[in-house]
Every structure is written in structure tokens, then in C-alpha cells.
Design a protein around this ligand. Sequence first.
Ligand code: PLP
Length: 474
Amino acid sequence: MSESPIKTIGQQLGRRSWAEPWKIKMVEPIHMISQEERAKALQEAGYNTFLLRSADVYIDLLTDSGTSAMSDRQWAGIMMGDEAYAGSRNFYHLEAAVQTHYGYRYMVPTHQGRGAEHLLSQTAIKPGQYVPGNMYFTTTRLHQELAGGTFVDVIIDEAHDPRSLHPFKGDVDLDKLRGLIQRVGAENIAYFSLAGTVNMAGGQPVSMANVRALRELCDEQGLPIYLDATRMVENAYFIQQQEAGFVDQSIAAIVKEFCSYTDGAWMSAKKDHLVNIGGWLAVNDHDLFDALRNLVVVYEGLHTYGGMAGRDMEALAIGIEEAVQDDHVRSRVGQVLYLGDLLLDWDIPIVQPVGGHAIFLDARGFYPHIPQDQFPAQTLAAQLYLDSGVRGMERGIVSAGRDPQTGDHRYPALELMRLAIPRRVYTQAHMDVVAEAIKAVYDARQQTGGLRMVYEPKVLRFFQARFEPISARE
Ligand SMILES: Cc1ncc(COP(=O)(O)O)c(C=O)c1O
């Protein structure tokens, strides 16, 4: 019998295939509008994918935030909502889930991650203090600045190089941190702002060795460490797979050990935790907790709901338990790696190694002829939508915003377009369609010109900025 040319992915890779650890119980139809309709929709959206209507999008990889498919257990939990204003039983379930899986003593719920960032920044930063961290995140840094802090990036240099194959590109450069402490004094540093994984670096993880060393240094200097735990479960997967000594440990155990080196964490539960809305902030220090519990009432809601309905807290509590299951995390990150491997195989420039939640296309590699102030990554997001109705987002100069001191654009080393994969939503066939669309845009790269910004909001401009194409003759 002749050997069949058609092979499964497992056969291509010389191993047995594995599949998602779920089956589909309910479907949401999607369809692609015509090329003319996409061109019109893009123009109306000011070439900003954030301003597209979702009905005009075919495969939506704008974000993995709040876009997960909930499980049947989570939907059942929704029906168990205790909508009491105070002391809802769902709050206690949520509190117990955070304590069990993250290990912190005290927790306040918030409506989403930025609500928690706001509360932590207002309580833990004194105006004039510095906040070192392993690369900025948009909303995190803004809240730190609004509280009078100055963020200082002390991530390792490899994080800024899309081609570096360092397995833990989210690691903190301890020498850079020591340099900052020497320059400004530990008393002028509010806390260390640690993220696992690092979204803006391409979903890159932090190693256990690095967080242990960071803990030692921060202990010497009397500095607390607060963790952005938004994608900590995915970070734990990379530790399990890539760091010596962890292959036999469960994701749940790795998450818990990592968190034990930190003093608290904030969470956008819309990511790892498989819910469409929600967040929390958890700390070990009782005085800080007291301050947070008082402040949450002002901005979010009573300390036993913090902006969430009882049913949302129930779905979240169940989501926390599901999120740390090894088979779930393997399939979630495995899907991202699958798409990444296809693109790498076709020599399409992406951030390497592939991170946990998204593929980051290197827009400079696509469009070396487009200067950064003509927004190569924004251009790439627009072109991909035009080609195939696939929606991603800019993570480059537009997201970096302006320097508050000089008013100039910040020019980040990384000019990326992100395709974030929602959890438990799309299949391998969708990933194949996306890969082919990216290839078509890459093949047409030389004929593509940049954009001009015609409307610029003062803060977080990437959400609502508007652009128009620069014509070839300009
Ligand atoms: C790493 C990280 N931190 C914080 C946030 C803010 O969370 P939210 O969107 O829930 O306000 C996000 C959201 O994208 C994120 O990716």
C-alpha cells in the first residue's frame, strides 16, 4: 500500500496527535463579509481594529480578554448567583479559590484588572516614587503614573529583541534593578511590578529561578513585589516545560510556588480565569488590605462584590479551578504554538519563542520601508483585516503612547501586531485559515504603504485613535 501524502499534525511531527480536552455543546455562527464591505468597514473604523463592529469580523483575535468560552459548570454557576448586596456566598467561594490556588491571605474583587491596578497604585505608590517592572503594560503603567509614580523598565535586554530565543524573556535584569536602587534609593521605590507572562514582550514567561532571585534582592532592600497574575497560569506552563526540575510538577503547584515569592497580585480574570468579566486584588499584608477594602467601596462596589454580580463571582471561582488543570493549559498554549510553528515554517517574521496567549507579528520585518511614525503595526492589523476579516491589534508605537515629559511619541524597540487566541473558542481549522491569511498579507508586503494619525485621544490612544492611508505619491 502506498503511503498517503495527507498526514495529521501528530504524524507530521512524528508523535501521536492530541485534541482539545472538551467537546462543543453550543455554537455561535460566524461569517465573512465581502472584500468591498471590509474595505468600507475599515475606512469607517479609521483603520483602527478596535473601532470595527464585531459583526464585520470573521475570526476575532483582537484579544484573549473576556473572550473565553465558559464551561457547562461555569454556566451552571451563573444560575447559582447569590445577588445579595453584602456577603454573597459566591464571594466566599471566590475568596477560597484565590486563597487555595494563589496562596494570598486577603482578597478584594474588582470589576476587571484595571480596577485592581487603580486600587493598588493609589494605596501603594507615594507621588514621586519609582516603580520598576519587567516591561510596561498600558493600563498598569497609566495607573502607576496617575498615582504619581514613574515606571522604570528593568526587563532583560533579550525581551526587546524579537529574534532572541531566550526561553524566559520575561526575566528581570537584577543588575538593572540594583542600578536603579543605587541611583534613587530603595526608599524612593514603591514596589516591584512583576508580570508573568509579559504581554507587551510577546507573552514571554518569567522563570522560577528569576523570581526566587528577585525575592532575595527585594528582601535585602525591603521592597515588596506585586504580581500581575493575569496570565500566570500560562507562565507556569512554560516553567513546567522548559525549566529544569519542574516537568513532574503540576501547573497548580507551580503557580502557587511562584506566587509565594510575591507579596500580592492583581488579576484580570478575563484572561486565565475563563470568564467574560471580573478581576481581583490579593495581598498578604493586613494594613494594606484594610486600605484596599476601604478604597474598593469608593470605586468598584462593596468589598464583597467589587463591581461584579454574584453570578459573575461564581463563574470566576469555578474558572480559577478549571484554569490550573494541566490538560486545559497544554491545549490552550499548544494551540498558540501550533499557529506559531506554521508561520515560522513559512519564514514569516514573528516574536520568538512563541508566547502563551498570542502570536506577535514583527511589523518591522513585514514593512522595513515604513517608518515607525507611519505606524507599521497598525498598518499590518488593517491589512490583515482587509485580506480575510481576521482581527488583531497594534502593539507598537501607538500603544506606547507619548512621553508625559516631552510630549513626543515613545518609540518602542518592538513594533508588533498581536493575534491573541481566545481560550476554548476556535479550532485548529480556524488557525489554518489565519495562518494562510497572514501569508497572503506577507506576500503583498512590498506594495503596502503606511498610515497617518488623524485623531489622537490623550490617554490609551490605541483604543480610539483614527488613521488614514498615506498615498504612494506623498
Ligand atoms: C497583562 C495585563 N495586565 C492588566 C490588564 C488589564 O486588565 P483589564 O483589561 O481586565 O482591565 C491586561 C488586559 O489586557 C493585561 O493583559
